[in-house]
Design a protein around this ligand. Structure first.
Ligand code: NAP
Length: 294
């Protein structure tokens, strides 16, 4: 492989150290930052993601609050759980692990999270703030990718970024982030109905694959010298693979994120960063309101 590997592990470690320092500063004021994770059902991949998030929160000095509901939980039960966490003063950030089991509506449930405790930045209000380019918690995976690009000094202004995928979790908010003022990429958003996809992708100076199809993006999709961001996490017989065929793309691209160890750790770092920022906001509000430490 001739492409440079853009390690997310390296950047995430730096972000997590910054978060830990901010958590410690709050602790010095008598405040313990709390992150609640809500896992519904027993999907093994989701359980691993939640475990990794909890572990990272604890390593940053946060209190991790683990909430589990059975796969048989109703929409009303999931939403009641979120309401309870909204009201819990120990909780600064809430993550509802998606996707929810069949029959439950993840978007409707996320909308019940207090936007001021929305660690994943997926509440409709916070997505609105993203559209308006106003401050607020940002969707964690896109925020992590932006961090990664900045850290490795990948230019975005004036570049064409092709984002394959338009989910509300990754593709769509990422396209907004890349096209925002100050980032200034010219964004093309592709999806399953996009014709002549390889040709379109070859326009991208930056190519992001957020598809969920193992190794779909091969060298024929990649402009020589492009930066390729592989968001995909797919379980196949040999283990975890991305949406990018790293072997062939690594010969054409200038740089590529590995799977694992690329976007995944950046997502966790970004949601810890969201959580500490939400906790700092609450602490400052409490001080202004004359409340004692909670
Ligand atoms: P998703 O909700 O299933 O969305 C997939 C998107 O890819 C859809 O917009 C879909 O188009 C598009 N797509 C599917 N097949 C396509 C094809 N053949 N050609 C072009 N576009 C196609 O998935 P997601 O939640 O965005 O996740 C995408 C991948 O990222 C998954 O592998 C997931 O596990 C991974 N992921 C990783 C992280 C991380 O931290 N690394 C975080 C979240 C997700 P339509 O809209 O037309 O259906």
């Amino acid at each position: 492989m001739s492409a440079r590997l853009l390690s997310g592990n390296v950047v995430a470690a730096a972000v997590r150290a910054e978060v830990a320092a901010r958590v410690a500063a709050l602790r010095a004021r008598g405040i313990t930052v709390g992150l609640a994770t809500v896992l519904v059902g027993d999907d093994p991949a989701s359980a691993i993601y939640v475990r990794n998030k909890r572990r990272a929160a604890e390593e940053a000095g946060m209190r991790s609050i683990d909430v589990r509901l059975p796969a048989t939980a109703t929409q009303a039960e999931v939403e009641a759980t979120l309401e309870r966490l909204n009201a819990d003063p120990r909780v600064d950030g809430i993550i509802l692990q998606l996707p929810l089991p069949e029959g439950l509506d993840g978007q409707a449930a996320v909308a019940r999270i207090d936007p001021a405790k929305d660690a994943d930045g997926l509440h409709p209000r916070n997505l609105g703030l993203l559209v308006l380019e106003r401050p607020g918690p940002r969707p964690a995976t896109p925020a992590g990718i932006l961090r990664l690009l900045r850290y490795y000094e990948i230019p975005t202004a004036g570049r064409v970024a092709v984002v394959v995928g338009r989910s509300f979790l990754v593709g769509r908010p990422l396209a907004l982030e890349l096209g925002a003022r100050g980032v200034d990429a010219t964004v093309v958003q592709a999806h399953s109905k996009t014709p002549a996809l390889p040709e379109l992708c070859r326009r991208g100076d930056i190519l992001v694959a957020a598809i969920g199809r193992p190794r779909m993006i091969d060298a024929s999709y990649v402009k020589p010298g492009a930066v390729v961001i592989d968001v995909g996490i797919n379980r196949v017989d040999e283990g975890l693979v991305g949406d990018v065929d790293a072997e062939s793309v690594g010969e054409v691209a200038a740089a590529i994120t590995p799977v694992p160890g690329g976007v995944g750790p950046m997502t966790i770092a970004a949601l810890l960063e969201n959580t500490v920022a939400l906790a700092e906001g609450r602490a400052d509000d409490d001080r202004e309101n004359g409340a004692t430490d909670g």
